[in-house]
Ligand binder design. Structure first.
Ligand code: AMP
Length: 319
């Protein structure tokens, strides 16, 4: 049986299903998990299906979450968009007897009994739609909205390199088979208050750029207060700084007063950055990674490491 059949078979067999995703969820983590719940319930009306993890107010339009309780450990666990044990939000994978992973991150470690990893897929949401298209799982409009949001956000509106012919085939099928209102999805995803634009203006004016084309900015609690924005919102700004001639790699370090460390978001238009992120308590994709650094010294070390990968990249390009 192929992987789609195997996953479908496990879902069909299970009475209770718990779906989890990574901490600090983005629209793909939420879209893939909540979208999968909708699809399962749309196909099997009598199953118990829960999506767990911390809610985020910014993305509440993607749907509500369920409160986890210990009784859920006898269900089938499905983890989406999460490559390792340490980044799963709200559950201990090892306590489940049966588990499935659906993920598009580069492989880190085996966490689930059955794993479907496609690190060339644009998003975990794309994989969930693919699963539905290849099995008897039934898509509907509610699921489609969540999954489309996940695909759009993780590809940055079909711009990133893992946007492939398969992405467009899957999106095309999603639009054809459901009554999806994409304007609504774009409004939900991209409407923002004016203070966010003012804050973006501050970032635009204050990036430092190294001689090797690494752009970076340190966002202090004072700046967050002045612009009335939070660390999560500031971290999400990173994707707005692509396509700037002078920055081949760019980073935001946002001080997170709760965790007393800097939430670090890194993006690249060529050099591979996830190996550097891994050295600084982080990880992620080859061109989009995150990390956690404690102080100014670690910030400078991380910039130096990024400078090095940019130099290697440029040398390889010219040879
Ligand atoms: P972000 O910059 O927070 O949007 O994260 C970009 C990518 O890096 C996502 O795929 C995250 O899952 C991953 N990532 C972010 N922070 C971390 C971290 N501390 N550890 C491992 N992966 C991370």
């Amino acid at each position: 049986m192929n992987i789609y059949g195997q996953i479908y078979h496990q879902i069909k067999k299970a009475k209770k299903i718990v779906i989890a995703r990574h901490v600090g969820p983005d629209p793909d983590a939420l879209g893939s998990s909540i979208g999968l719940k909708e699809i399962i319930l749309n196909t099997f009306k009598d199953k118990e299906v829960y999506v767990v993890g911390m809610p985020t107010s910014k993305f509440k339009f993607l749907g509500s979450l369920d409160k986890f309780n210990e009784d859920m450990y006898d269900g089938l666990l499905i983890v989406t968009d999460t490559p390792d044990f340490k980044r799963v939000d709200g559950v201990d994978i090892r306590k489940f007897k049966n588990s499935i992973k659906i993920d598009h991150h580069p492989f880190i470690e085996k966490t689930c009994a059955l794993e479907w990893i496609d690190d060339k897929a644009s998003s975990a949401s794309q994989m969930v739609v693919e699963l539905a298209l290849k099995t008897k799982l039934k898509l509907n409009k509610e699921a489609a909205e969540k999954l489309y949001a996940g695909i759009v956000a993780d590809t940055n509106r079909f711009m990133f390199s893992y946007t492939s012919p398969k992405t467009f085939d899957i999106v095309s099928a999603l639009l054809r088979e459901t009554n999806l209102d994409i304007t609504k999805v774009y409004n939900d995803l991209y409407m923002r208050p004016y203070k966010e634009i003012k804050f973006q203006g501050y970032l635009s004016q204050n990036f430092h750029i190294t001689e090797n084309n690494v752009g970076y900015i340190v966002i202090t609690p004072d700046i967050l207060n002045e612009y009335e924005v939070d660390a999560a919102m500031a971290g999400n700004m990173i994707n707005n700084f692509n396509h700037i001639n002078e920055m081949l790699v760019w980073v935001t370090f946002t001080y997170d007063s709760d965790l007393k460390s800097y939430r670090t978001s890194i993006r690249s238009r060529g050099p591979i950055i996830n190996e550097v992120a891994t050295k600084f308590n982080g990880g992620g994709h080859i061109y989009a990674s995150g990390a956690r650094v404690k102080n100014e010294e670690e910030i400078q070390n991380l910039i130096r490491e990024l400078d090095k990968v940019v130099i290697e990249y440029k040398n390889a390009e010219t040879n």
